[in-house]
Design a binder for this molecule. Structure first.
Ligand SMILES: *Cc1c(COP(=O)(O)O)cnc(C)c1O
Length: 414
């Protein structure tokens, strides 16, 4: 296991911030404060340089060419799979399937695993705080197979109601798919426990780890989930690329989801046989540069150390929560005991989009809206929230600017 032990005190985060040229600019006349990391994180220059080098000097198609350039590209592309395997401590790099992101990964599981394993009356358990990416693919496959969706309710604090969850589990449950860290509330869910209970009922467990893999050390063998999904662009890598981790015995029993080149063994008009896992799920020319970009992003994160990143973000979010509490009339949406480095909130009866717009005029980028999680906003009876989400390259100064910004928002409406 490639566990990097690092101590936060040995990491120079001021220096690290300088790796992100995008942060060093003025927007609307003010230095940028970027607090929309849960939507997409920024890319350090090391990763941008790696992508540039690939495009300039190394590009070729993979898995096909006998020529040296193609072999070099293939090696770099496959090295990324090993990097991901080590990052999440998978048992085998063949358990790492390249996809176009979390959304694509979940669609793959629903359409491949779900299509052959769900039948009429089977149940899929989701939670009320899921991202649309972990709702809609299941609804679509439920419609095709006759399976039924059950929903774990969320408490007023923004935590999953585990007793209600236990009540939903039965022999009919085939799949439990739950987010690790909610992008809308910041809640960290006890996914290991949820998975244990799912397994006791004979169900499979999928974890949407889009908001957890970028921020802390994840060990898929310890979590023991059957499927885990995440996206490169939320962990300092490129857009349009992500990972499906699946247990080998499950992946091996799953049919392909898309047909085409690279995913086959032999093709004839009478019969086509498929390539082995993971290539069976990777039809067509893959996003080669994106895989290499993710590989470089993982190197970058490992150089800092996932534990130092987690500690740094915990310190920042603690400071941000303290400061947010100073704002009169501010209502947190989701106040779970286990919180990740983001906060969702409303200010009095000021509409979230006004909060976002007035902050933007001061160079402060936050997210406003439903965060692709409409059911949970409905649960809290708000049409939209403002969300500030942190990364390790943010600073206390960013948070202070953000607070001054909110005070300005309030003064507009007084
Ligand atoms: C961002 C996000 C997704 C979707 O990721 P894509 O990269 O857009 O596919 C799914 N779930 C959660 C919790 C997210 O934060």
């Amino acid at each position: 296991m490639n566990q990097v032990i690092s101590n936060i005190s040995s990491v120079d985060f001021d220096k690290i911030r300088k790796d992100f040229p995008v942060l060093d600019q003025k927007l609307n006349g003010h230095p940028l404060v970027y607090l929309d990391n849960a939507a997409s994180s920024q890319m350090p220059k090391q990763v941008a340089d790696r992508l540039d080098h690939y495009h300039r000097y190394e590009h070729s198609n993979v898995h096909r060419g006998i020529h040296t350039l193609s072999q070099k590209a293939t090696n770099a592309f496959e090295e990324a799979r090993i990097k991901v395997k080590e990052l999440i401590n998978a048992a085998d790099s063949d358990e790492i399937v390249y996809t176009s992101g979390t959304t694509d990964s979940i669609n793959l599981v629903a359409n491949s695993y779900g299509l052959i394993n769900f039948k009429k009356g089977d149940e899929i358990i989701l939670s009320e705080m899921e991202h649309h990416a972990n709702i809609v693919p299941w609804q679509m496959i439920a419609q095709k197979t006759g399976a039924v969706i059950k929903v774990i309710p969320v408490t007023d604090q923004g935590e999953l109601d585990l007793d209600a969850y236990k009540g939903l589990l039965s022999a009919k449950t085939k799949m439990v798919a739950v987010v690790h860290v909610s992008n809308a509330l910041g809640t960290v869910n006890p996914v290991k426990k949820i998975g244990e209970l799912a397994h006791e009922s004979g169900a499979m467990m999928l974890i949407d780890a889009a908001q957890s893999v970028p921020h802390k050390k994840i060990d898929v063998q310890d979590l023991d989930a059957d499927f885990i999904t995440f996206s490169a662009h939320k962990m300092c890598g490129p857009t349009g690329f992500g990972i499906l981790y699946g247990k080998m015995n499950l992946l091996e029993a799953m049919p392909p989801y898309r047909g085409g080149g690279d995913m086959i063994d032999k093709v004839s008009f009478e019969e086509t046989t498929y390539n082995r896992v993971p290539f069976r799920f990777e039809a067509g020319t893959p996003p080669i540069a994106a895989a290499i970009g993710l590989s470089s992003a993982i190197d970058y994160l490992n150089d800092i150390g996932m534990s130092a990143i987690e500690e740094r973000e915990n310190q920042l979010v603690e400071y941000m929560m303290d400061r947010l509490m100073e704002i009169q009339g501010l209502r947190l949406i989701g106040d779970a005991k286990e919180r990740a480095s983001l906060a969702s909130f409303v200010v009095g009866d000021i509409h979230a989009s006004d909060v976002g717009t007035i902050l933007d005029k001061q160079g402060i980028a936050i997210r406003t809206g439903h965060h692709c999680a409409q059911p949970i906003l409905k649960r809290f009876k708000v049409p939209a929230t403002a969300r500030a989400s942190l990364s390790f390259y943010n600073t206390k100064d960013d948070i202070d600017r953000f607070m001054d910004g909110i005070k300005t928002v309030k003064s507009f409406f007084q």
